[in-house]
Design a binder for this molecule. Structure first.
Ligand SMILES: CC(C)(COP(=O)(O)OP(=O)(O)OC[C@H]1O[C@@H](n2cnc3c(N)ncnc32)[C@H](O)[C@@H]1OP(=O)(O)O)[C@@H](O)C(=O)NCCC(=O)NCCS
Length: 335
């Protein structure tokens, strides 16, 4: 059996920086509230026409492919995680295959929101471990900004989310002690609506209902989040799934060199850091600059950590995420 290893990483964020003060000009909020509750100072918003979820993913992917030292034609499969696809269908995986101009490899779309990158990584890892594929392109990308309620009504959600993309190349690794040691995935659909975007969908709010109602005040177009409930579940599930991953590899928290948590909220990361008694240099956070970029947050953070020399050969790197679904997961990696 083979292992899979991350051989290339890349990220892309749009140039347009939106600070907390910028948001305070269009809704009733302020820098102090946002920083105190979330740690976020600024985020990026796509300017319409400049980028899409797919185009950002492609830009990140090109960097990852180059750093992996492979040709784009060496990619055997694409896995794309997002909650903000360019189209209702088809998903962005095939658009990446088209826009990269590569042969007719398979392309799979993952719909697991903030845990999307861990789920996508896990899927790619299984294909490589089974021997089916040698190089898999994994992308997490989100264009949130134009789907948010930017009025005061939506402020508890819209100040948190930002746009961006991250990508990784997973390649076959012969040494089983290296690479992705294991991934751990969970869901609890009982809480599906606690962090959700209901409309349009073929469940509660059909496109035909929306057209018939023609109600400009309809909130179901926008993401809904029960913030405190999400927060309480997140800290528990993050901890559980990190422990599960460590235990399954006979490892302990003290073995962690770098934890790269999904950038949901700086307070959640700090809670986890304290619980596992990790130093400031053992937990990577960049939510201050980018906000919560959902499926893109882990690959953006992991790329920045790698670029700044915080990930070294032989390090134990732990990825963990929690989000809408609820879904959560972890990946235990020997770099
Ligand atoms: C969203 C979150 C920051 C809100 O913080 P909170 O302490 O729970 O705040 P509340 O929702 O209770 O709101 C407190 C007050 O601030 C107000 N408020 C909400 N958003 C605001 C904003 N952007 N600016 C200013 N005030 C705001 C509320 O209206 C409320 O006012 P009230 O007391 O007069 O009713 C927090 O719940 C959170 O981070 N949850 C987890 C989110 C998360 O991780 N999501 C991603 C998961 S992947």
């Amino acid at each position: 059996m083979y292992n899979s290893k991350i051989t290339g990483l890349g990220y892309y964020v749009p140039e347009n920086v939106v600070t907390n003060d910028d948001l305070a000009k269009i809704m009733d909020t302020n820098d102090a509230w946002i920083q105190e509750r979330t740690g976020i100072k600024e985020r990026r918003h796509v300017i319409k026409g400049d980028d899409t979820t797919t185009s950002m993913g492609v830009k990140a992917a090109k960097i990852a492919i180059e750093r992996a030292g492979i040709d784009k034609e060496d990619i055997d499969f694409i896995v794309f995680a997002t909650l903000s696809p360019d189209y209702y269908f088809p998903g962005p995986g095939v658009l990446v295959q088209r826009d990269l101009g590569i042969k007719t490899v398979g392309a799979l779309d993952v719909r697991n929101q903030c845990s999307g990158f861990i789920y996508a990584l896990s899927v790619a890892d299984q294909y490589i471990k089974s021997g089916m594929y040698k190089n898999v392109l994994v992308i997490g990308s989100e264009l949130h900004s134009h789907g948010l309620d930017m009025s005061t009504r939506g402020r508890s959600v819209s100040v948190i989310f930002g746009d961006g993309a991250g990508a990784a190349i997973l390649s076959r690794e012969e040494d089983n002690a290296k690479g992705i040691l294991s991934t751990h995935l969970h869901s609890e659909g009982q809480h599906a609506e606690e962090l959700s975007l209901i409309a349009p969908g073929m469940g509660k709010r059909w496109v035909t209902d929306i057209i018939a109602d023609n109600d400009a005040d309809d909130e179901s177009y926008y993401p809904y989040m029960n913030g405190q409930f999400v927060f309480k579940n997140a800290v528990v599930r993050f901890s559980e799934v990190i422990i599960e991953g460590l235990k399954s590899n006979d490892l302990q928290a003290s073995d962690i060199d770098l934890l790269v948590p999904h950038q949901a909220n700086l307070r959640i990361s700090q809670f986890i850091q304290k619980k596992f008694k990790l130093g400031d240099d053992q937990v990577f956070n960049n939510i201050m600059k980018y906000g919560n970029t959902t499926a893109a947050s882990i690959p953006i953070a992991l790329t920045e950590a790698w670029e700044t020399g915080k990930v070294k050969d032989g390090d134990l790197v732990v990825l963990a995420a929690f989000g809408s679904g609820f879904t959560w997961g972890s990946a235990i990696i020997r770099w």
